[in-house]
Design a protein around this ligand. Structure first.
Ligand SMILES: Nc1nc2c(c(=O)[nH]1)N[C@H]1C(S)=C(S)[C@@H](COP(=O)(O)O)O[C@H]1N2
Ligand SMILES: [Mo]
Length: 401
């Protein structure tokens, strides 16, 4: 039914097309032609490769959207992001790994992975998403990896509750934040470490876990093996990989990755505007979002019934509706929510589209959660290019017969 020899345009190049197309649709105009929508030099990597690489060393690579026809994202097709790359192999052997718990605690701890496995085991199905996912769609461009839709995945994370480990150490009354440090190190010593912190409330939440397994397998090195934090419902910059040090403290972590990077304006801002530090807060919860996994961008489809498929997720809430438009946003119809439903997982959806006529068509989707958050046509611009959740959009070609 589909073929991959489509016009070879990416969703990034189409965003301009989408916005332009919508504006034109409202004024009774026409959709952009393929030549107008395509961008010279747009990458034409096929969807068949396991991951789409943005940076080779250290690896930053996103998942091709058609993998999102599956509920669980396979480990070897799960996006990879890291600032410095994994630590040296000899240091990550499970037999030598230690997790230190220090700072404002009654009893500092140094735990082996065996020690950790004596706590109750828990599995949480959760979406892990980079704050910069969709950065490529922001206009004007925000600096950083130009992720499109695939810096996200849904997996089963198995480990122990962070809360149980912290309670064994015993928290002192002044403890307010938990600082997180992994074993990865920048190549150049002058570059700051990837040091993060989360407020104690999130650290003590029963679903926040120290994960040792991913989709049933030992946590792969690229995904933080042997030990990482999973903060369900929150953006992935809190999901510190290769976790070695937990420090209870009164204040948020200092340093670049907590105090400068991964902060989001608490009021609308214009590109280029100077934003006062008190108007920036750490990126935490995810926002409501949906993406189309099938058909793929540029697909050539036979006319008739097409089962449009995708996934939708939100931060600390539930997806209540996903809507699809096949007329450039003039009208929207509800998709069916299908498959498993779990608090921090994504929800799969399907929409039976009966094509009319032939030629280029756009498929749009948008999700709504139980707190009334609705996926907007475009997300507010912000200096980090974070939290993109604009309507997803694929353009396809319907054959004559
Ligand atoms: N130690 C460490 N943890 C880290 C990072 C890092 O650079 N170092 N990157 C974070 C960011 S920005 C993201 S998006 C996720 C990516 O997780 P993944 O590679 O398993 O998809 O890991 C997070 N945890
Ligand atoms: Mo990220």
């Amino acid at each position: 039914m589909t073929s991959h020899e489509g016009p070879g345009i990416t969703r990034r190049s189409l965003l301009a097309g989408a916005a332009g197309g919508l504006a034109l649709a409202l004024t009774g105009g026409r959709l952009p032609s393929p030549a107008e929508a395509a961008e010279p030099g747009a990458d034409d990597q096929t969807a068949d490769q396991p991951l789409i690489t943005h940076v080779a060393r250290p690896l930053d690579a996103e998942t091709p959207c058609q993998v999102f026809t599956q509920y669980l994202t396979p480990n070897d097709r799960f996006f990879v992001r890291s600032h410095f790359g994994p630590p040296a192999l000899e240091s990550v052997a499970p037999s030598v790994w230690r997790l230190s718990v220090a700072g404002l605690v009654e009893r500092p701890l140094s735990l082996s992975l065996n020690d950790l496995s004596t706590f109750d085991e828990i599995t949480v199905t959760a979406v892990v998403q980079c704050s910069g996912n969709g950065r490529a769609f922001h206009s004007p461009k925000a600096p950083g990896v130009q992720w499109e839709q695939g810096a996200v995945g849904n997996a089963n994370w198995t480990g122990v509750r962070l809360r149980d480990v912290l309670q064994r150490a015993g928290l002192k009354a002044q403890a307010r934040h938990l600082q997180l440090q992994g074993a990865d190190r920048p190549v150049v010593a002058s570059v700051p470490l990837f040091t993060r912190s989360i407020p104690l409330k999130k650290a003590l939440h029963p679903d926040t876990i120290l994960a040792m397994r991913m989709n049933g397998a030992p946590l792969p090195l690229l995904h933080g093996g042997p030990l990482r934090l999973i903060t369900p419902g929150w953006m992935a910059d809190s999901c510190v990989k290769w976790l070695t040090d937990l420090t209870l403290q009164e204040e948020e972590a200092g340093g670049y990755y907590m105090q400068t990077a991964y902060r989001y304006p608490s009021r609308p801002v214009k590109p280029g505007e100077v934003i006062a530090p008190q108007d920036l807060k750490p990126v935490e919860a995810m926002v409501v979002k949906s993406v189309i996994a099938f058909p793929q961008q540029g697909a050539i489809l036979s006319p008739g019934a097409i089962m449009v498929q995708g996934v939708a997720w939100t931060g600390e809430g539930r997806i209540v509706t996903v809507e699809v438009s096949t007329d450039d946003g003039k009208t929207w119809e509800q998709a069916r929510l299908v498959g498993d439903e779990a608090p921090y997982a994504w929800r799969q959806w399907r929409f039976l589209w009966r094509t009319r006529g032939s030629g280029r068509r756009a498929i749009l989707c948008r999700a709504t959660d139980d707190r009334g958050q609705v996926q907007p046509m475009a997300s507010p611009w912000n200096p980090g290019g974070f939290l993109w959740n604009g309507w997803d959009h694929v353009q396809v070609q319907v054959r004559e017969t």
